[in-house]
Design a protein around this ligand. Structure first.
Ligand code: ZN
Length: 306
């Protein structure tokens, strides 16, 4: 399997993040007041949409949203204009919809297929960053309140004798396509707890403290499926800010075909040939969410063989 060359959904994006501006609050304040600057409003992890597209606010609409926003973060620059996200989560849903001139509040994942990939990436970026702010209002060291700094890319404890800085957190997870050790070529898919009968996907798990990504692949596959893997190779990664994930895709080879699921996270696991997977897709059973790296890993593997 070759490394990912395409940008997966929620990666890329149409912004220059312009990180150097985050340390210049006066410049950011000036940009925020400029009529060409754009605000992306969000309400409790949802985009505010009109005609199925996220609204972008300028002028009076932007001023109205800023006046009632809980948080404003600098996302970056586009064609010489600044782009900010504003969190309207403190309002009732109807008020957030009204102040932005939108028609509804919708999760970005429900808009995939209608949004340009670059737009989905920026909306997901805004969603993840604003979610983090709502979770970090207090200092974990002393319990005092925290304030946003750096254009919204850091929070600082307000107590002078503490002053702890909090940075946005990302929670990495590994997702692995495991190949069988011998012929015929097959891959291991599992049914996860809560998944309906017959719904299979690749195996995944969170990276723990003190582990490399490769360590996490070996541990998770052993714990969940009783499989020892070798030849662990990186394939690609995907931003997954729902709320704070980073999915890191790997391929690995099982040392044996024996599988023993844990019965908790995985209910069953079995080997599939490419023909079996093609039959499933032909029967209208998709391989993973279309916006997921799971989908990409499986389709790449299908494309790599006959
Ligand atoms: Zn503190």
């Amino acid at each position: 399997m070759r490394a990912v060359e395409a940008v997966l959904t929620y990666g890329g994006g149409w912004l220059d993040r312009a990180g150097q501006l985050r340390a210049d609050p006066a410049r950011l304040a000036t940009l925020l007041a400029e009529p060409t600057s754009t605000l992306l409003p969000l309400w409790r992890d949802h985009c505010l949409v009109a005609a199925d597209l996220p609204v972008r606010l300028t002028g009076d609409r932007a001023a109205g949203a800023l006046a009632v926003a809980d948080e404003t973060v600098f996302l970056g620059m586009h064609d010489g204009s600044a782009v900010f996200a504003v969190d309207l989560s403190g309002l009732p849903e109807a008020a957030a919809v009204e102040v932005t001139g939108a028609g509804a509040a919708v999760d970005v994942r429900a808009l995939v297929g209608r949004l340009e990939p670059a737009e989905a990436a920026v909306q997901a970026y805004a969603r993840g960053l604003l979610h983090w702010h709502r979770q970090q209002r207090f200092c974990g060291t002393c319990g005092a309140s925290t304030d946003a700094r750096g254009g919204g890319h850091v929070r600082a404890c307000a107590r002078p004798d503490c002053g702890r800085l909090l940075f946005p957190r990302i929670e990495p997870a590994v997702i692995v396509l495991i190949e069988a050790p011998g012929a015929p070529e097959r891959c291991l898919l599992a049914r996860h707890a809560g998944a309906p009968e017959g719904a299979y996907s690749t195996l995944a798990g969170f990276v723990e403290v003190g582990e490399s990504l490769e360590d996490a692949v070996r541990r998770e596959m052993a714990e969940e499926a009783g499989v020892t893997v070798t030849d662990v190779a990186y394939v690609g990664s995907q931003a997954w800010p729902f709320p704070a994930g980073l999915m890191v895709g790997f391929r690995a080879t099982a040392a044996s075909e024996d599988v023993r699921v844990d019965g908790e996270e995985l209910l069953e696991a079995r080997w599939f040939t490419r023909d079996e997977l093609r039959e499933r897709t032909a029967a209208g059973r998709p391989l993973g969410r279309v916006d997921s790296i799971d989908h990409h890993l499986l389709h790449s593997w299908l494309a790599a063989g006959t």
